[in-house]
Design a protein around this ligand. Structure first.
Ligand code: TEU
Length: 577
């Protein structure tokens, strides 16, 4: 980070760009077809050349891999498939030596069912760790195992009931995700103390903070009430209102801050993944005076193309996306801080989802979307391959998918009578596996990801879309992302500037200004595959004469009589007033 941006040390992350690595798919060093820590270490110079400041590492802890590592069986070691703690220490040293920081993925809403804590908890009703998880008897008047005997009518995120019967004890345990991911009971102070001790252990090892998995789910409504029935999927009910942003969430986060982060002089980064979080709640989570989180991942902007669940797809309406992004910019303008993302390991590739991934427009669309995102106020997160304009994958059969969420949804939807072809279409569009195909390093065998058989098929378009080709091409998405990162490190208006949305009704253009002291930036992008006229921009004549700071297309030819942008063209102008 550059101190001329005048940031207090504890807010270093306001001028940082974070790069998310999904280790399983990033770089394989030992030929087993699965990415690993030495593979990441071997690619640190690539990340340093891109210019990112922070690496967020998706889980590499010991895990049965039921949910690709988000089911943890030991919080203080490394799964052998990814390497060893010595490999981790070598990676961390390499990250720090290059002036970067590293965040671990903290998954403490739930453990694996193979974690010793759960193994003990399920061993008997009298076990001292029984209350470390959510155990409940069958619904009153019903027999364990009978349909509907589950303690609540909640659906899990991965299909089926959120309760699993343990026949030995005749009780059910709660799992908001897979049945191999039992939810920890954060009401129990012993659970909280154990989590905090583990967090301190990683900070003492030198990590620089955490991305906190579904952290706003750790406080549940202790009454565990039934949810309102899902339209068309009864008898199941929606448990989310009873597990999101629960009654003790702020108490727990403030306690975590006191028991973990406040004990160190270093400035860390704590970013919470908070599905279902509103702007109002984010103001509470990220208000620095409250000592909770530095920023959150909200989900509203990655749900504007959905009608209810992610499988109920509808076309993107630019105005809706723009309105959501604006609401979050305005809502956190005076307190708190935004995270900025389009992609992660759970979301389809944005150039396929909100852009145009055809050969004619893919590069422009990817760089236009990147420009819009990175010029907002907040901390941008780049997901591996986004900087290459990687696209969704051409999955064909259900056997091509690996993600538990997708595989379970297909089985449940087809069993419920849905057309398998239609369900496959939904998977092709929004399956999390779209984000998890191996990183495309070069145009050779398996895209240079592995010398073995990749755990998930490499996208065949790696022959054209790969890091080697992108770094050699000044007009690539990679070089544009590098320029965006550089702008954040040098232009104080990108970090500190206010945000004013323009052209709020335009169907193609996304435009806004960022103003800081005497500098004003105009960001304008044509997020469509047709030319767009932009002469309604206020003070357009002055902007036409302004300095063109960054663009994803050759300078507009002088013949242009009007302020028009070509398909997927994005520009950043600067004026000093
Ligand atoms: O995701 C939580 C979450 O909200 C996701 O279930 C998301 O809604 C869904 O994947 C959209 O399709 C976190 C992790 O990012 C995810 O990979 C894990 O599967 C999940 O928690 C359980 O740990």
């Amino acid at each position: 980070m550059t101190d001329h941006l005048e940031l207090p040390a504890r807010e270093w992350w306001k001028s940082a760009v974070v790069y998310q690595i999904y280790p399983r798919s990033f770089a394989d060093s030992d030929g087993d077809g699965i990415g690993d820590l030495p593979g990441i270490t071997g690619r640190l110079d690539y990340l340093a050349a891109l210019g990112v400041d922070v690496i967020w590492l998706s889980p590499v802890y010991p895990s049965p891999q039921d949910d690709n590592g988000y089911d943890i069986s030991d919080y203080q070691d490394i799964d052998p498939v990814f390497g060893t703690l010595a490999d981790f220490d070598e990676l961390l040293e390499g990250v720090h030596r290059r002036g970067m920081k590293l965040l671990m993925d903290l998954v403490v809403n739930h453990t694996s069912d193979e974690h010793p804590w759960f193994v003990e908890s399920r061993s008997s009703r009298e076990n001292p760790r029984r209350d470390w998880y959510w155990w409940r008897p069958p619904r009153p008047g019903m027999t364990a195992g009978d349909p509907g005997a589950e303690p609540t009518n909640w659906l899990s995120a991965f299909s089926g009931s959120a309760w699993e019967l343990d026949r030995d004890s005749g009780e059910y345990y709660l799992h908001l995700f897979s049945r191999k991911q039992p939810d920890l009971n954060w009401e129990n102070p012993e659970v909280r103390a154990a989590v905090y001790a583990m967090m301190r252990w990683w900070l003492d090892r030198g990590v620089d903070g955490f991305r906190m998995d579904v952290i706003n789910m750790i406080s549940k409504d202790p009454a565990l009430p039934d949810g309102h029935s899902h339209p068309g999927s009864s008898p199941w009910g929606d448990g989310l209102p009873h597990v999101l942003n629960g009654p003790n969430i702020h108490t727990y986060l403030q306690e975590m801050h006191r028991e973990v982060f406040a004990l160190h002089s270093r400035a860390f980064l704590a970013v919470g993944e908070t599905p279902g979080c509103t702007v109002e709640e984010a103001r509470l989570y990220t208000d620095p005076a409250r000592g909770e989180l530095d920023m959150v991942f909200q989900f509203e902007h990655v749900q504007v193309d959905q009608d209810g669940t992610k499988w109920q797809r509808r076309p993107l309406v630019l105005g809706e996306l723009r309105a959501v992004m604006n609401r979050w910019q305005v809502g956190l303008a005076d307190v708190g801080w935004n995270s900025l993302y389009w992609n992660n390991h759970d979301q389809p590739r944005v150039v396929s989802r909100y852009g145009d991934d055809g050969p004619e427009h893919r590069v422009r669309a990817a760089t236009a979307l990147g420009t819009v995102l990175h010029l907002h106020r907040g901390t941008p997160y780049i997901y591996q391959g986004e900087e290459l304009g990687m696209t969704n994958a051409p999955f064909v059969h259900i056997e091509d998918f690996r993600d538990i969420e997708s595989v379970n949804h297909y089985a449940a939807a087809v069993a419920a009578g849905q057309d398998p072809h239609a369900v496959l279409e939904d998977l092709r569009a929004v399956s999390r596996d779209n984000a998890r195909t191996p990183m495309q390093w070069d145009g050779g065998l398996h895209a240079g990801f592995t010398t073995g058989t990749p755990w998930l098929a490499v996208n065949p378009n790696h022959r054209e879309i790969n890091a080697e080709a992108a770094q050699a091409d000044p007009g690539s998405v990679w070089h544009h992302y590098r320029a965006l990162i550089g702008l954040r490190h040098t232009e104080s208006a990108v970090v500190h500037g206010d945000f004013t949305l323009l052209l709020t009704e335009h169907e193609q253009l996304y435009a806004f200004t960022r103003r800081h002291r005497h500098t004003v930036l105009l960001v304008i992008a044509n997020l469509s595959s047709r030319t767009a006229v932009a002469d309604q921009v206020p003070d357009v004549a002055a902007w036409e004469r302004a300095e063109l700071l960054l663009s994803n297309a050759p300078a507009p030819d002088a013949a242009h009589h009007r302020f028009a942008l070509r398909p997927w063209e994005a520009r950043v102008y600067r004026r000093v007033q």
